[in-house]
Ligand binder design. Structure first.
Ligand code: ZN
Ligand code: ZN
Length: 197
């Protein structure tokens, strides 16, 4: 089953909830990740609580998916690719997470989005609601099915979330006017991120 992710409005930058923008949370000592193509720090895009997935049982182990992408050289680091290193998806435990210190000297706008928005799962969207994406079920591919294979076990990864760029172009993620898709392989602790337009 797929659910919508609705814009829940502004939320604290270090909030534990599913959100776009703000500060990444990770286990203590996690370094701010860098782009594999240009070596600049990646931009933090979103965190998704896997406990928000439709049908997720309260007692089942959950986690947090943290999504990053290179904003240093738009379009030049294969930011759309699940394997090129111009983006990064981390599957983290859902407890003991702390804000990751920002790398010194990096321009603020390259590290984060211009706004922080809670993303709230909902079955239907009220008339005026802004839809940030969809969670669970199957992806609504804009192009061909690009379900990534797990880099550890080589099985097809499980779809978690689809993200739109966001309602405000000034603060939005850049998917070339398209959509992004995140997948995980929970047994292997792996995650992948890609976008299509
Ligand atoms: Zn880069
Ligand atoms: Zn795997």
């Amino acid at each position: 089953m797929t659910m919508l992710l609705l814009d829940g409005g502004p939320v604290a930058p270090d909030s534990q909830v599913t959100r776009t923008g703000g500060t990444p949370l990770a286990p203590t000592g996690t370094p701010w990740p860098a782009c594999a193509a240009c070596a600049a720090p990646l931009q933090f895009l979103a965190q998704i609580r896997l406990g928000d997935l439709p049908g997720h049982a309260d007692h089942a182990p959950a986690g947090v998916l943290a999504l990053f992408m290179c904003a240093n050289r738009p379009g030049q680091c294969a930011q759309w690719s699940p394997t090129a290193g111009g983006n990064l998806a981390l599957l983290l435990p859902d407890r003991g997470l702390e804000p990751v210190p920002a790398p010194k000297g990096a321009p603020r706008e390259l590290l984060g989005l211009g706004a922080v928005r809670a993303a709230v799962p909902a079955r239907t969207a009220p008339g005026a609601a802004t839809i940030l994406g969809r969670i669970g079920g199957t992806p609504d591919w804009l192009q061909d099915d690009e379900t990534p294979s797990c880099p550890t076990c080589a099985r097809p990864m499980a779809f978690v979330v689809e993200l739109a760029e966001g309602p405000d172009p000034v603060t939005a993620m850049n998917f070339g006017s398209g959509r992004a898709y995140a997948h995980t392989c929970t047994p292997c602790g792996r995650a992948a991120f890609l976008w299509q337009c």
